[in-house]
Design a protein around this ligand. Sequence first.
Ligand code: ADP
Ligand code: MG
Length: 501
Amino acid sequence: MDSIQTFADLGLSADILSGLIKKGFVSPTPIQAQTIPLLLSGERDIIGQAQTGTGKTAAFGLPIIERITPGLRKVQAIVLAPTRELANQVCEELDSLRGTRNISILPVYGGQGMATQLKALKQGVDIVVATPGRAIDHIERKTLKLNDVKFVVLDEADEMLNMGFVEDIEHILTHVPEQRRMLLFSATMPGPILKLAQKFMGEYDEVKVATKQQSATTVEQVFYEIYEKDKLRALHRLIETETEFYALVFCRTRMGADRLAGKLTEIGYDVEALHGDVTQVQRERILAKFKSGHATILVATDVAARGIDINNLSHVINFDMPDSPEAYVHRIGRTGRAGKTGKAISFVAPGEWRKLQMVQQVTRADIKRGQLPWGQEVIELKRNSMKERVFAAAEGEIMQEFYDLAADILNSGKPKQLLASLLQMHFGGNLNVNAYPEIREPERSGFKGSRHSLERHGGPRPSTSASGRSEKGGYFDRKERPSSNGKFSGKPFFKKKKFAQ
Ligand code: ADP
Ligand code: MG
């Protein structure tokens, strides 16, 4: 299921989605992306195999929360876990996932006061998370009734097996209705587990996630407060100074997307635009081009970006702030996948400040204030990025013929001059401090929620100042294109192998 990208795509309800946003979940882990749709729609049992820390609790928890009846106060789902610590953890996680739904979840394990458990069970609960031994105790006492159970989850099944709980589990399973749905999660699948599955499960789907993948994806979130008219220039500066830039850039309107794509193409980048006016055929061509890396920047509107299956973006840029916190989360969930760090960058014009505040309030995300580099700092960043690229390229395969040519050229005795000319020819651009004046933040005096309350991102300002502090407006940094020497190749660094999953 390649095209699934965000929690919204998985078919969860709005209230659950906003709960996830509050919890700070940006995008589903692989096991979640694969399991949740199956559980939300189908009727089959499931075996899920994935390492610890891959978010299995939400993988089964979210669909269960979606599908049971709130407020019923009869046990509709029972989760069996090997230890009390795990039972407690699962309980807490489920409780945080239910959002505002009236669902009562109870941990049941040995060593915990029986009286408390009895009281809670008597009042009625919807989900029980139990260790097998204590679950049996309550079943025998008839204090745990399982006739309304729709879901049975065996969490960490291999551990339960190792701890000798097989018979207990089998015993518990004889007390749940035939039509229950069984979900078995385990990091490994030894023979006895499969036997257990065959004995107690109906037809099942198997979901397996490769060991390497990690759960929490990290997205570094930064915002820049700038004037609307400076946005393009700011974007250009970011592209020039980041070492890697494979990005989805979000615009609010079709026209805005087209215009931005046009401007970036003019500067020399490989850009495509995706919006509502693009035909299906064009869309496929554009996406193929972007996926293969032939285009490294995709400018899109929210609607057009829905459902595209592109992973491993280095950046998501909110060129225009999204209209809702949900859209923000949806957008930024497209970077930072598969254990890599991604960057989500928001440009906030004076009229968009409230949108940013909304996002921050609802998501409680840690969005750091950034300052665009200028003057000497840009030069340093660009120099480093060029060096990195040259050194990285030198690591790759170089054909013997080029070595021969190099030797030949070096024989002329002017190596420094020759390398300089080569670099200029290849990178073009500008290494002159004066070309990068400060892009100034808008004045926002007397505004509540002062900018000073937000932490600064990045180091201290460069001491060397560019000559032009004042803003002359206009879109581009001046003198961007090399005058004569060769074609400007403002090609962002794109190393394919780095993006392999
Ligand atoms: P597992 O059961 O596979 O070991 P857990 O369900 O305990 O993993 O989740 C591990 C951690 O990852 C928890 O802190 C959980 O809140 C967090 N987590 C789960 N899913 C996501 C997600 N989609 N995004 C961010 N964090 C997540
Ligand atoms: Mg777990």
